[in-house]
Design a protein around this ligand. Structure first.
Ligand SMILES: NC(=O)c1ccc[n+]([C@@H]2O[C@H](COP(=O)([O-])OP(=O)(O)OC[C@H]3O[C@@H](n4cnc5c(N)ncnc54)[C@H](O)[C@@H]3O)[C@@H](O)[C@H]2O)c1
Length: 452
């Protein structure tokens, strides 16, 4: 099958590479010439586990190509996926301008039947706008051709994007066209050979809303657990035990109940706010999601408040903190809306110095945020002479560190763990003062006087 993917970012590149991996002929398009040049040189503009291997092999076998020529790529394929960004605008809504720009080019280029698929996360009603935009462009050319528009939101997770795409838990296809439905089913069949019921056919608005509702539900679980963690800290309960206690109920389930430093990334914050805005436009106040967003914004600053409380001073001048982890989650170089940026900024504003280490995301963090930080290439070197270690992103590398080395490098054995990676008694036995999320602090001897 011939496929064109417009927008070669985290979603577009993974989608294109995975379709090529199944034997399809795929063209990936982007307006960013530099990105296309990088890809054509055989390099990747992003980090995603397993992606390099399938891009390399499919490039070598001629099934995958990269171009900036949207019109040519649109004419060459039966399936046209729109996977461009839908960033948040000031009022919180999703900006579908890039999607509609692409629709205009499609309408100006197609010369025969095409299936146009919105893969970007777009508000309800966007597929309809895409249809109208293509129709207008066709009319302006005085050209008539039939086309279908399908909503097919993407559910992959950064850090596991390739595995998710190759083995999806569901594929949502919103369409009113039987032909488009059959063609999309045929396209996705190889990904669902063990269970074709994972292909969910629905109407277009339901497909569009499913994506927002899914992210909003996941964000809600995180903010909920962050609030429960605050109650645990104040009452002496242990959030880890509460988490297991509630997760054992199969109506609740164990996944996605971890408290932390707040959610970030390019999806949850933006999609929650976009859904709130959709509600606003419809006269529906989405109270739960408004709170979810507020709780999350506050949670990102909670570690800063905890640190100030610990030292009994909101002025942290003279203190140096070593930050482990800058990406918004492990497994990715994506730093969009990463809690690390909020935490580091808060500490810098309080006068502290920051030394930071991330196994993958240091460069992208440095480019995205011009914060005066000392970056380190080594997780232990990053700790040298710091007053405390702050664990912000739970990369696997940080799960079982050499605590003797950690202790030797720090000027004071204090760990603020935003991801509950360690067992409090274990780190205490190794001489650390340890503050985590939703659990009681454990204090090494010299610090026991510092907390009231
Ligand atoms: N990143 C994720 O984990 C994820 C998961 C599911 C859904 N989504 C959604 O998928 C969409 C894309 O997200 P992303 O993270 O891949 O974004 P991204 O910013 O990584 O990539 C978007 C790409 O689109 C390109 N682009 C913009 N306008 C274009 C145009 N007119 N023609 C061609 N290319 C154009 C940009 O140059 C960029 O390379 C968003 O709507 C996002 O919400 C993202």
């Amino acid at each position: 099958m011939k496929i064109t993917i417009i927008g070669t970012g985290y979603v577009g590149l993974v989608t294109g590479a995975c379709f090529a991996h199944m034997g399809n002929q795929v063209r990936c398009v982007d307006i960013d010439q530099e990105k296309i040049d990088i890809l054509n040189r055989g390099e990747l503009p992003i980090y995603e586990p397993g992606l390099k291997e399938i891009v390399d092999s499919n490039l070598a076998e001629g099934r995958l190509s990269f171009t900036t020529d949207t019109a040519e790529a649109v004419r060459a394929s039966e399936f046209i996926f729109i996977a461009v960004g839908t960033p948040m605008v000031e009022n919180g809504s999703a900006d579908v301008q890039h999607v509609l720009d692409v629709a205009r080019i499609i309408g100006g280029a197609i010369d025969d039947y095409r299936i146009i698929i919105t893969k970007s996360t777009v508000p309800v009603g966007t597929a309809k706008k895409v249809r109208i935009t293509i129709d207008e462009a066709l009319r302006a050319r005085g050209f008539k051709t039939h086309f279908d528009v399908v909503a097919n939101p993407e559910f992959l997770k950064e850090g596991k994007a390739v595995a998710d795409f190759l083995n999806p838990d569901r594929i949502v296809i919103g369409t009113e066209s039987q032909h488009a439905r059959e063609r999309l089913q045929a396209l996705y069949d190889p990904f669902c050979r063990t269970d074709e019921s994972r292909i969910l056919i629905m109407d277009i608005p339901s497909a569009e809303l499913t994506k927002y509702a899914a992210n909003a539900m996941l964000a809600t679980r995180i903010s909920f657990m962050n609030e429960i963690a605050a109650v645990c800290e104040a009452t002496g309960a242990d959030v880890n035990q509460v988490r297991i206690g509630i997760g054992s109920d199969d109506r609740i389930g164990r996944r996605f109940l971890f408290p932390g430093v707040g959610y970030g990334g390019s999806c949850f914050p933006k999609d929650v706010r976009a859904l709130i805005q959709t509600g606003e436009e419809l006269g529906i106040r989405l109270n739960i999601l408004i709170s979810v967003d507020q709780v999350n914004n506050a949670q990102k600053l909670r570690m800063v408040i905890k640190i100030k409380d610990f030292y009994g001073n909101s002025n942290l001048a003279g203190k140096t903190f070593a930050v482990w982890g800058l990406s918004f989650k492990p497994g990715t170089d994506d730093v969009r809306e990463t809690p690390a940026a909020v935490i580091i900024d808060g500490l810098l504003q309080a006068g502290a110095k920051i030394q930071a280490y991330d196994p993958i995301a240091a460069d992208s963090f440095q480019q995205a945020y011009s914060l005066p930080i000392e970056y380190s290439d080594d997780m232990y070197q990053c700790l040298e002479n710091a007053d405390a270690l702050l664990l912000v992103t739970e990369w696997h590398h940080f799960r079982r560190p050499d605590f003797a080395r950690v202790k030797a490098a720090l000027s004071s054995p204090v760990i603020f763990d935003g991801r509950n990676q360690y067992e409090p008694s274990y780190v205490r036995e190794r001489g650390f003062t340890y503050l985590s999320v939703g659990r009681q602090p454990v204090l090494a001897e010299p610090h026991s006087s510092l907390i009231g």
